[in-house]
Design a protein around this ligand. Structure first.
Ligand SMILES: *Cc1c(COP(=O)(O)O)cnc(C)c1O
Length: 407
């Protein structure tokens, strides 16, 4: 695609950003997605809706989150100033609560009594179970059997919060299979059930809804950096799983052409298909990231030479998915955003460095952005600044890192 100047990034009325996005779903889901689109568009224009959401974000979730000047990491890197947007300080420990609260309000507005969601690592499941407890909604979380086993503590958390966790035994028994089961449930129970999707993925209007609820991150960060340094940052950097924390930070800055937008995918443990989750990795003979449809949306999808969805690997469960949100595909092809990757080993290095130099233990997902941020600042003058989205805290990953270090 021709590189063009992108000053805003709105999908058309069918949820397409260029050729990406859209709604590739069974006939039975068209009407419910249409209903959701209408209700969301109404809510988007409703000042009462935003007043209530903003109050919850403040009093329940802990917004605004601080913008923190990471001075020791900056000194270590020796270049431009590094600022952290502290989403890790939110209730439940990551940005996911921003979206969960917004969609729970939508569910209530639509008079749905029951909420379903899928979860891989369990973080979105915990955020969803949390807001369902808050609103008194029934909550069912679909989770692959393999993930239930790996994420036992999050399963217990969800149950404590009153959610029912359904173990999915189909396929590879991970996130993709859990999403399929959740969609099946939704088809059957759509009259009383709201499907609360966790990232900027899936059929229209979900990528737009999730982006709108997460873009509070960038709105706050823009104001905060302007008052801290008097000017815009040179770059924003964030890890990209489905793409919600990154698009949440990027969105407000899309028209600021001088601000580079950099997404970091999971490079895993190697270049071969199955060893990483870099959807923008150009396709090798064995396959790679190519344009395709997965779970209702057109985007870049990791697939083998025959178009079969490829498995992925990452040390962080939250970045371990075969597809990326459609708006990122658009920002990639237009050249407005750049996508790079960091390996498992680099993520672990960033994890330890951030803990030792800043007293902040970041999530392993977030940790992918740290070493690339250091490299980036070294190319920039010291009076420039960059913002790294600290998407979540790393308490959930401490045991895993301890196990890896013992090996
Ligand atoms: C889930 C998660 C991610 C990845 O999801 P996105 O939708 O790409 O943001 C990143 N960081 C943390 C802490 C997460 O929990």
């Amino acid at each position: 695609m021709q590189k063009s100047r992108i000053t805003r990034s709105e999908p058309d009325e069918h949820g397409h950003w260029g050729k990406f996005g859209g709604r590739y779903v069974p006939e039975t889901l068209v009407a419910p997605l249409e209903e959701l689109t209408k209700e969301f568009m109404r809510a988007r224009e409703d000042t009462k809706f935003w007043r209530e959401l903003n109050q919850l974000l403040r009093d329940y979730a802990g917004r605004p989150t601080p913008l923190f000047h990471a001075q020791r990491l900056t000194a270590h890197a020796g270049g431009a100033q590094i600022y952290f947007k502290r989403e890790d300080l939110l209730h439940t420990g990551a940005h996911k609560i921003n979206n969960a609260l917004g969609q729970a309000l939508l569910a209530r507005r639509m008079q749905k009594q029951r909420v379903i969601a899928e979860t891989g690592a369990g973080q979105h499941g915990v955020a969803t179970a949390t807001v369902c407890a808050l609103f008194g909604l029934r909550c069912v979380i679909y989770m692959g059997a393999e993930d239930v086993r790996r994420q036992a503590l999050n399963v217990f958390r969800m149950r404590l919060l009153g959610a029912e966790v359904v173990t999915v035994n189909a396929g590879a028994r991970t996130l993709k299979d859990a999403i399929n089961e959740a969609l099946r449930d939704w088809v059957t129970n759509v009259h009383d059930t709201y499907y609360l999707l966790g990232s900027a993925l899936g059929p229209h209007p979900y990528p737009l809804i999730v982006r709108e609820f997460q873009s509070v991150i960038g709105r706050e960060a823009r104001e905060q950096i302007l008052s801290a340094s008097g000017r815009l940052p040179r770059a924003l950097i964030a890890c990209v799983g489905g793409g919600s924390n990154s698009i949440g930070l990027f969105h407000t800055f899309i028209g600021d052409e001088q601000v580079r937008l950099i997404g970091v995918e999971a490079g895993g443990r190697g270049d071969l298909l199955g060893e990483h989750a870099t959807r923008f990795h150009s396709s090798a003979a064995s396959g790679g990231g190519r344009v395709g449809v997965l779970q209702g949306t057109m985007s870049y999808v990791l697939q083998d030479a025959n178009g079969q969805i490829a498995t992925t690997h990452s040390v962080s469960a939250g970045l371990d998915y075969s597809a990326i949100g459609p708006e990122h595909a658009f920002l990639h092809d237009t050249g407005r955003a750049e996508y790079i990757s960091a390996s498992d080993a680099e993520a672990l290095e960033g994890f330890e460095l951030c803990a030792k130099l800043e007293g902040i233990i970041p999530a392993l997902e977030t940790s992918h952005a740290i070493m690339p941020a250091i490299r980036l600042t070294r190319e920039l003058p010291k009076d420039d600044a960059i913002i790294l989205n600290l998407s979540g805290r790393g308490d959930k990953d401490v045991q895993l890192v301890a196990d890896l270090q013992r090996r």
